[in-house]
Design a protein around this ligand. Structure first.
Ligand SMILES: NC(=O)c1ccc[n+]([C@@H]2O[C@H](COP(=O)([O-])OP(=O)(O)OC[C@H]3O[C@@H](n4cnc5c(N)ncnc54)[C@H](O)[C@@H]3O)[C@@H](O)[C@H]2O)c1
Length: 253
């Protein structure tokens, strides 16, 4: 666990903070003393986060809207000062065979999972001081693929590549850029899959089988990786890296 108030006096922006993992990430930074700006389109998710962490500043926003992103980040800086950490956690998952997926669904996946990441970085970086950190939420699926989720996995692969390239570019600005790659997490997307599958027991068994540790991750276990990578002292020499929080998913392949 980090020092109790390790992030006191620091401003952390979390996108997708109304969702399962994003909410855990935002809550963990708030509990560590950060002033958190939580961005999401889901008002209910943001309210739940704020109920647990009243200091969090919730911003309802469509992260694919460039003008809205630019405006929200500008306002967050006016309220909380420069952005020390940007954590991008928003995402969507839509499945379908490549011959059947609509152009509209494909464009939505790319817009949220990749374009919105680009927009957040583009408009956050001018507000980030030397020593700042950017952390993206990628996935083991960037490397392992996933039957039926090829469009989603393609965007996660792109986020990992974006991490490596921007880490090189932004090093000269004193910023570190890393990604976190979870396996299955007991959160939004997995819950969505469990709701729609004909036999949830089969999915639970697959989750146990997929990970060496025999279970999926809790969202707070993923959030710990964000706290570590965001720290200018503990992760000061880490950039262009990915931290796999996957319970041994990759070593089983
Ligand atoms: N759940 C998993 O097993 C798992 C595993 C690996 C990686 N991930 C990644 O974790 C992230 C979050 O996943 P989750 O399981 O918590 O899902 P989730 O659905 O609970 O969270 C996603 C959040 O993104 C928000 N969002 C989507 N589109 C938006 C938009 N246009 N504007 C603003 N907000 C938008 C949603 O409102 C939601 O709150 C995703 O990036 C996903 O790829 C999840």
């Amino acid at each position: 666990m980090p020092e109790q108030r390790e992030y006191a006096g620091r401003h952390v922006v979390v996108t997708g903070a109304g969702g399962g993992i994003g909410s855990a990430v935002a809550g963990a930074f708030a509990a560590a003393g950060a002033q958190v700006s939580a961005l999401d389109r889901d008002a209910e998710g943001l309210s739940g986060l704020q109920a647990a962490h009243p200091t969090v500043r919730g911003v309802r926003i469509d992260l694919t809207d460039e003008a809205a992103v630019s405006d929200a980040l500008e306002r967050s800086v006016q309220g909380c000062g420069s952005i020390d950490v940007l954590a991008t956690c928003a995402g969507v998952l839509r499945q379908g065979r490549i011959t059947e997926m609509s152009r509209e669904d494909f464009d939505t996946i790319v817009a949220v999972n990749l374009t919105a990441v680009f927009l957040a970085v583009k408009h956050a970086v001018p507000h980030m001081p030397d020593g700042g950190a950017i952390i993206h939420l990628s996935s083991v699926s960037a490397y392992a693929g996933s039957n039926g989720s090829w469009a989603y996995t393609a965007t996660k692969g792109a986020v990992s590549s974006l991490t490596f390239g921007t880490a090189q570019e932004l090093a000269s600005r004193g910023l570190r850029v890393n990604a976190v790659c979870p396996g299955w997490v007991d959160a939004g997307f997995t819950h969505q899959a469990l709701r729609t599958t004909p036999d949830p027991d089969v999915l639970h068994a697959a989750a146990r089988e997929a990970h060496a540790l025999g279970r999926m991750a809790r969202p707070d276990e993923v959030a710990e990786a964000f706290l570590f990578l965001g720290s200018p002292t503990r992760a000061s020499f880490i950039t262009g890296s990915e931290l796999f929080v996957d319970g041994g998913f990759m070593i089983k392949r």
